[in-house]
Design a protein around this ligand. Sequence first.
Ligand SMILES: Nc1nc2c(c(=O)[nH]1)N[C@H]1C(S)=C(S)[C@@H](COP(=O)(O)O)O[C@H]1N2
Ligand SMILES: [Mo]
Length: 329
Amino acid sequence: MPSRTDLGFDHPVPSEITPRAAYEGRRRWLRQLAAGSLGTGLATWAGRQALAAEGAPRGAALAAVKSAVAGAVTMERPTSRADVTRYNNFYEFGTDKADPAKNAHTLKTRPWTVVIDGEVKKPRTLDIDALMKLAPMEERIYRLRCVEGWSMVIPWVGWSLAELIRQVEPTGHAKYVEFHTLADPKTMPFVGSRVLEWPYVEGLRLDEAMHPLTLLAFGLYGEVLPNQNGAPVRLVVPWKYGFKSAKSIVRIRFTAQPPRTAWNKAAPQEYGFYSNVNPEVDHPRWSQASERRIGEDGLFAKKRPTLMFNGYGAQVAQLYTGMDLRREF
Ligand SMILES: Nc1nc2c(c(=O)[nH]1)N[C@H]1C(S)=C(S)[C@@H](COP(=O)(O)O)O[C@H]1N2
Ligand SMILES: [Mo]
C-alpha cells in the first residue's frame, strides 16, 4: 500500500494478548470440545488446528460443512491461526500489521445490521444473526494474496454471496455491487485519519459477486471471526488482491454505475477497480511476479511464484474473456 514498504522484516512479535485472556479462551474451547458442541467434520479439524497455535482469544464455534463448490478447498497447508489473527490489514485500527490485533477489541459486533438496497426488487435490512442463518455455513480454504506481495492460506467459514443476491432479486439495472464497511470514529481509532477516505468501500461487477467462489465470511478456523479479521461479516474474493475483501460490512448496495472504491480513490494509478491477481501486471512500485507466504518467511525462505487469478483461473477466467487485463487492472 502507498504508505509502506514491504521489506519482510515487519512480522509481528509474539502476542500482545494477555496470557490470562488466552488462557481463559482456551479453557472455554476445551469445555466446548468436551460438551461436543463444536459440530463435526472440518470445523472440528480446524478447531484442533486452532488449539495448537496462539493468536486471538478463541471465539464461539461455528460449525460448517465441507464446501462442494469447485476450487473452494485448496490442499495447501493453512497459515497458522496465530499469523492469520495477528498479521492484518484493517486500517480503521491502524496501519501496522500488529495494530488490528491490538486495537480491534473496541469493535462492537452486536447489535449489527446489514442493509441490502439499491437496484433490487426486495431490499432488506437484516440483523447479523438472521443473516448468518440465510444459508448453510461452509468451510472454504482459500489462498489470500495481498497486493503488497505476501500471501496466506485461510480456512474461512461462510456461504456464497450469490445465495443472498438471489433472494433480493437484482433489477435489470443492477450491474455492480458496492460494499460499505463500518466507519465509527468512537470505536475505530484511525477513522478520521487521512490515509483513506472513510468508510472503506469496495465493489464488484454483478457477475463477479454472483460467482460461487465469492464468499460472505462469518468465521475462520471453525470459529466466529476475530474482530481484526472483519467481524461480524466480511467479503472474501480469492482471485483478487486482498483489499477487495472488505471487512465489517454494514451495507450491500446494487448499482448501475461502477463503485468508487477506497484504494482506487486513494491511488487510481496503483489500484484498479478489478484488481485481479496477475503476476504479469506489476504494481508501479514493485513486481507482482512472486510472493512470500506468511509463516515461510525466514531469512532464507524462497518466494513463491504468483499465479494468474491467484490460481483460480479454471473457475473465474471466463468472467474476463475479451478484456485487456493490462488496461483493466
Ligand atoms: N474495512 C477494511 N477492510 C479491509 C481492509 C481495511 O483496511 N479495511 N484491508 C484489506 C486488505 S489490504 C487485506 S490484505 C485484507 C486482509 O484480511 P485479513 O487481515 O483478514 O487477512 O483485508 C482487506 N479488507
Ligand atoms: Mo492487502
